[in-house]
Write a protein that binds this ligand. Structure first.
Ligand SMILES: [Cu+2]
Length: 377
């Protein structure tokens, strides 16, 4: 009887705080949900107006309207690629080498082993239940040791784990392999609650990526809660070195179709490397709980041909690596400008330099454009 009393008391001690927590949980959840309607439909977070929402994917005629050429048309997302599907399960189709390797690991190694072990254990259980139930086996065996079986059930799992570890460690190493020296560097910065991107290899231009409101996303034929006003654009087939960091709290930059996920930690530069193999639009989300609007800071990446990438960079007022010399010349001109005035005249032809660069790049434009037409749209 005393045992029952103490058991009841212990149960009460366990349940009371839990109940109190549960009650506290209700207002807390409401408090978290309240901020959402304040900014209906996920209107842009504080951002510089230039790159922000008022520019719905149209040619970027914002920052310096006179100089920048029109942006190439935005790719249209393709159902089932780079985004979740209704009622779908398993991994999204992978479009990076690491992603394909990981999908193979999941589909050809892990899932078959998991399914086989589950079925094996289930059959053993059913067999024991049927064969050794009291009516079928009234006098049970008193055996407590069997060396052969014990060796088998120790060695077999060890071998299985080694067999899994070999491809697993290779995949792990591949995921953390640093980018090559010719990789394109992009910097992703998490903010509460939007992303900013910088292109240090292309003239340091920056863009701000906010989620589109539901109606605008629907109008553009893009998935709800995933579409953004300014996608980042990457060239297909080129290694991307994504530097991920944050301005405030920990976020995480993640795109499932790239097998890419990296924490964005304030004061720290994390690095992620991937190579997109086919043109398209790929969506992701912040994947580290970062506050009230954590669910409303999606990521949209548009992978295009190198030629289209260059056109996009130019439309943003950026530069291509081939432009490095004009930039240096401009610096020299600026330096000279401090002392002598004629340098201003010298700076003039620099504005025409990109046209020359375009001519050099023309064959690439032709070939890559056709590749885009075949696969992209
Ligand atoms: Cu976040």
């Amino acid at each position: 009887m005393t045992f029952l009393k103490s058991a009841a008391a212990a149960l009460g001690l366990i349940l009371l705080p839990a109940a109190a927590l549960a009650q506290q949980g209700v207002p807390a959840a409401e408090a978290l949900q309240t901020p959402a309607p304040i900014v209906p439909g996920g209107a842009p977070a504080p951002a510089t107006p230039g790159e922000g929402a008022p520019n719905p994917g149209a040619p970027a005629a914002d920052a310096t309207p006179a100089a920048n050429p029109a942006a190439p048309p935005m790719l249209r997302p393709q159902g089932g690629i780079g985004q979740p599907t209704q009622g779908g399960f398993t991994l999204q189709p992978q479009v990076t080498p690491n992603g394909r390797r990981a999908a193979w690991m999941h589909n050809a190694v892990l899932m078959p082993i998991i399914v086989a072990i589950s079925i094996f254990v289930l059959i053993l259980l059913l067999w024991v239940i049927a064969r050794y139930r009291r009516s079928a086996n009234p006098t049970p065996s008193k055996t407590s040791h069997n060396t052969l079986i014990e060796v088998i059930w120790t060695v077999a799992p060890v071998l299985l784990l080694v067999a899994i570890a070999i491809p697993s460690l290779g995949l792990l190493a591949a995921q953390f392999k640093p980018a090559g020296s010719d990789a394109l560097t992009i910097k992703a910065v998490g903010n509460q609650w939007y992303w900013t991107y910088q292109y240090p290899d292309n003239g340091e231009f920056e863009l701000i990526s906010n989620m589109l409101p539901d109606d605008e996303a629907a109008r553009r034929g893009e998935p709800r809660l995933l579409a953004v006003d300014n996608r980042i654009v990457v060239p297909v087939g080129r290694e991307i070195k994504m530097i991920v960091t944050s301005n405030d709290v920990i976020h995480s930059w993640a795109v499932p179709a790239f097998w890419a996920k990296m924490d964005a930690v304030p004061g720290r530069l994390n690095e992620l490397t991937f190579t997109v193999e086919r043109p398209g639009v790929y969506y992701g989300q912040c994947s580290e709980l970062c506050g009230a609007r954590h669910a409303f800071m999606p990521i949209a990446v548009e992978a295009v041909s190198p030629a289209a990438f260059e056109a996009w960079v130019r439309s943003k007022g950026g530069t291509m690596p081939g432009d490095a010399q004009p930039t240096e010349a401009a610096n020299v001109a600026e330096a000279a400008d401090d002392t002598t005035t004629p340098a201003e005249g010298a700076a003039q032809p620099i504005a025409n330099e990109p046209a020359l660069q375009n001519e050099v790049g023309t064959p690439a434009v032709a070939t890559n454009q056709s590749a885009t037409d075949n696969t992209g749209n």
